[in-house]
Design a protein around this ligand. Structure first.
Ligand code: SF4
Ligand code: SF4
Length: 343
């Protein structure tokens, strides 16, 4: 085995899914068992476990699923024209730290297993993924000249309707709608400091929009002047819109949604999934002052209601998608629905 580091520092050369080690079905089955046991995955099939490696220019050419097609670190490093994240001026960025384990990984695996892991199994199935640890070593070997500066990143091109010149509202209400408009625009254009963050937001745009939509549609202010809207347990269990948000298996949030919650915070939107009684869970959303506070939250509810009243209820199409004119307009931050003719 030789060391071949992926962009994120994971060691493809020692990974059991790497092409050199996953030639037979027995190899792949062994990898599946190890990943389920040590990495906590829930893989049911093993035939597709075969990877050309992260550093291969076009690793999916032969139809492989691996390396992870959803990875947002690899495209970032490719745009930066660097071999690994260790060469990046933004290293270690939030996205890298949030996705890739470091030297504490063994401890975490041991805690989850409830017993120590055999040294040979650690070497074979855990250590290759301690990417942050490997990057640290690579970084220490680089000279300042080898570090590549992250450029200023262009926002994404997005279909956004201009904010109406004059909404028929008093100044304070208009400014709440402007805050909401800015939030949706930020999601759609993804102005970020790194390509990784932009790539992540781009891939999660539907999740963000669908989350905002459900808060606008089903969120309730429980008390007068409450700073947040709440979606109660009963709604969570009875409306299909939440199937892709909350995992049926253990009643927790999908990891993609947890990611969205984390990014929402940077925009001043604080989304939470909290337990109130033993088995009762709520989804909650509040906006900080920067995001327009309670007035912007009221604007969200009022915007969604007006869209539904005018264009009808969209049909939930699964996987964070809705079909219908009202959601289409919401996805373009089209607020002309408040203008006199609703156009
Ligand atoms: S997680 Fe991404 S960057 Fe890391 S090895 Fe896999 S594809 Fe490459
Ligand atoms: S911004 Fe993050 S993901 Fe992108 S190259 Fe730098 S460290 Fe890697």
């Amino acid at each position: 085995m030789i060391d071949i580091y992926g962009k994120c520092g994971c060691n493809c050369g020692r990974c059991p899914a790497f092409k050199a080690h996953a030639k037979t079905m027995e190899d792949r089955k062994r990898c599946q068992n190890a990943w389920n046991k040590y990495l906590g995955t829930n893989l049911k099939k093993f035939k597709w476990i075969y990877c050309d490696g992260c550093q291969t220019p076009d690793p999916w050419k032969s139809g492989n699923i691996l390396p992870d097609r959803g990875c947002y670190l690899r495209p970032c490093a490719i745009k930066m024209k660097i071999t690994t994240c260790a060469q990046c001026s933004a290293y270690p960025c939030e996205e890298l730290k949030g996705r890739i384990p470091g030297k504490d990984f063994r401890k975490r695996v041991t805690q989850r297993l409830g017993k120590p892991i055999l040294e040979k199994d650690y070497r074979a199935f855990v250590e290759p993924y301690e990417g942050l640890k490997h990057l640290q070593e690579i970084r220490a070997s680089l000279s300042p000249k080898e570090i590549v500066q992250m450029p200023e990143i262009e926002p994404l091109k997005a279909k956004i309707v201009d904010f109406p010149a004059a909404l028929p509202f008093p100044r304070k209400k208009q400014s709440a709608f402007e805050s909401l408009y800015r939030l949706i625009m930020n999601i759609l254009t993804a102005r970020t400091q790194t390509y990784a963050r932009q790539e992540l937001i781009k891939r999660r745009q539907q999740h963000f929009l669908s989350l905002l939509w459900v808060f606008g549609r089903y969120g309730k202010f429980i008390k007068k002047n409450s700073s947040h809207v709440v979606i109660d347990n009963e709604t969570l269990g009875s409306v299909p819109d939440f199937k892709s948000i909350i995992r049926k298996r253990d009643n927790t949030l999908h990891s993609t949604i947890r990611q969205c919650f984390r990014i929402f915070r940077d925009y001043g939107a604080r989304a939470e999934y909290v337990t109130v009684k033993k088995k009762e869970r709520l989804l909650r959303l509040s906006f900080t002052k920067r995001a327009g506070g309670i007035d912007a939250l009221k604007a969200l509810k009022s915007y969604v209601s007006r869209l539904v009243d005018t264009f009808g209820e969209p049909a939930y199409a699964g996987a964070y998608r809705y079909k219908g004119e009202s959601f289409k307009r919401f996805s373009m931050a089209d607020m002309r629905v408040f203008m006199k003719k609703g156009k």
